[in-house]
Ligand binder design. Structure first.
Ligand code: NOJ
Length: 483
């Protein structure tokens, strides 16, 4: 290292350094730190953006689409902010060519979208609707024409209402119906799509849909029924992995988009890290752990006692049908500390003053994007990982000059991507990152109040305006690095 560089690193002029001779000599002999602060990602890293059918498509009565539980729920008075519905949303059904142009202009290399089950099977099962298949094929072809790689999710919460009328995920037949729909749809798209994800965020649609009732279908079924339907959900995932495998081209990659509980050590010291590893398997016991291991953990079954789900050995094998990659949606950390309890860890509830984004659940903890993928990779030796969602809600406002200066979202993204880079540079095999979301869209029970887009949408005119965060992301993609 030159004296000038040494001075820069230590924050003073080399001439004025008051170091004993030996210390100065040691420092001068130390290996030079990388002079560039650039955090470069591996070549070919897939920078993407993500959306989901009900949140962007609109056109709920077009193309032969059937009714989903979100149509019913959002039209039930008092269920969503302001009574907002996804009837029109971003009108992506009609405006997708423009949105694909937008992706292209940002340099986005891959796009994660979901298929609305009721566009393919309007009644959940029975005769397929060719118009639905045609819509997705048109949209995917438009992506490919711009060199953008499609990643397709088969279930992003919009269950056909006809299936809910027969018990929804409480009915084991729904798992079979899902596998049939997923296999059929993937088969119809397989010549265009190489990566399919079965389900998005199992815990959210289980716990909010049937536990707290704050999402569709709005039920509160109690612990025992919840554990059983949770079992049918993971079973549906496993059955659909097999169905997709059977009906797609060889080489097709099948995964999931799961919102793991991203256990994160309160402090990165050995005892808290060890506790975090234990917590990781247990806190994800009924979702990614059972999907990866084909068994419920002893602690999980013990905790539920008589409310534990009924299952067969055959079902457990199906649940763990091998996947080719794991996608994870990570927004926020779950802090863990070492503890002398039987579990060996404790989850730490952050103080009320903990900083969060505009959504009150969205605590800011960039290290989650380091620990989440690291623990998945180390625990189950997963070799292909994607961040299938990460992003931030904001109370965006249009400035007098027409721009949207979402400095809070830029701050969030810069810090999270820095931690993602930390993991990737250690060799954690994260191959791509999907920013949630390309557009402001229908944020479920929060309606249009909480904006997650890097593109501002005026929902009256459908005008799109890229925000400051879009410019930030464009730069990240172009340089393949985060600064
Ligand atoms: C996860 C969900 O998959 C997506 O639908 C939602 O909009 C974002 N998180 C933000 O809450």
């Amino acid at each position: 290292m030159s004296r000038r560089n040494l001075a820069r690193v230590l924050g003073g002029s080399a001439a004025s350094l008051c170091l004993p001779h030996t210390a100065s000599a040691t420092l001068l002999n130390a290996p030079a730190p990388d002079p560039s602060p650039a955090r470069t990602f591996p070549q070919g890293f897939l920078w993407g953006s993500a959306t989901a059918s009900y949140q962007v498509e609109g056109a709920i009565h077009e193309g032969g689409r059937g009714t989903s539980i979100w149509d019913t729920f959002s039209h039930t008075p008092g269920k969503t902010f302001n009574g907002d519905t996804g009837d029109v949303a971003d009108d992506f059904y009609h405006l997708y060519p423009k949105d694909i142009e937008l992706m292209k202009s940002l340099g986005v290399k891959t796009f994660r979208f979901s298929v609305a089950w009721t566009r393919i099977f309007p009644n959940g099962t029975g005769a397929p609707n060719q118009q639905g298949v045609d819509f997705y094929r048109r949209m995917i072809e438009a992506l490919l024409a711009k060199g953008i790689q499609p990643f397709c999710t088969l279930y992003h919460w919009d269950l056909p209402q006809t299936l809910q009328d027969k018990g929804g995920w409480e009915n084991r037949d729904t798992a079979k119906a899902f596998a049939d729909y997923a296999g059929y749809t993937a088969g119809k798209l397989s010549d265009l799509v190489s990566h399919f994800m079965t389900m998005n965020e199992m815990s959210t649609f289980v716990e909010l849909g049937y536990g707290t009732g704050t999402h569709a279908p709005g039920l509160k079924v109690g612990q025992k029924r919840l554990a059983q339907l949770n079992h049918y959900v993971v079973l549906g995932h496993g059955m659909s992995v097999q169905a997709i495998r059977a009906q797609t081209r060889p080489g097709t990659k099948i995964g999931i988009a799961d919102n793991i509980t991203a256990t994160t050590p309160v402090i990165e010291s050995p005892e808290h890290i060890a506790a975090t590893r234990k917590a990781f398997r247990e806190e994800n016991a009924m979702f990614l752990t059972v999907v990866e291991e084909g068994r419920y953990t002893d602690q999980y079954l013990k905790r539920l006692g008589p409310d534990a789900p009924k299952f067969t050995a055959e079902e457990m094998k199906t649940i763990a049908s091998p996947m080719d990659f794991v996608g994870v949606n990570i927004y926020t950390p779950t802090y863990v500390r070492a503890d002398n309890s039987e579990k060996g860890y404790a989850v730490v509830t952050p103080p009320k003053s903990y900083p969060h984004m505009y959504s009150s659940w969205l605590n800011i903890g960039p290290e989650a994007l380091y620990w989440g993928p690291k623990l998945i990779h180390e625990t189950w030796n997963v070799k292909e990982l994607y961040i299938t969602e990460n992003g931030a809600s904001s109370k965006d406002e249009v400035a007098p000059d027409g721009e949207i200066y979402d400095t809070d979202r830029v701050m969030y993204l810069r810090n999270y991507l820095t931690q993602l880079h930390r993991g990737v540079s250690e060799g954690i095999p994260v191959k791509g990152y999907f920013l949630w979301s390309l557009l402001d869209n229908y944020e479920w029970a929060d309606g249009y109040e909480k904006r997650f887009g890097i593109t501002y949408v005026d929902f009256k005119t459908q005008k799109r305006t890229p925000k400051l965060s879009a410019k930030f992301y464009k730069d990240v993609i172009a340089k393949n690095e985060v600064l």
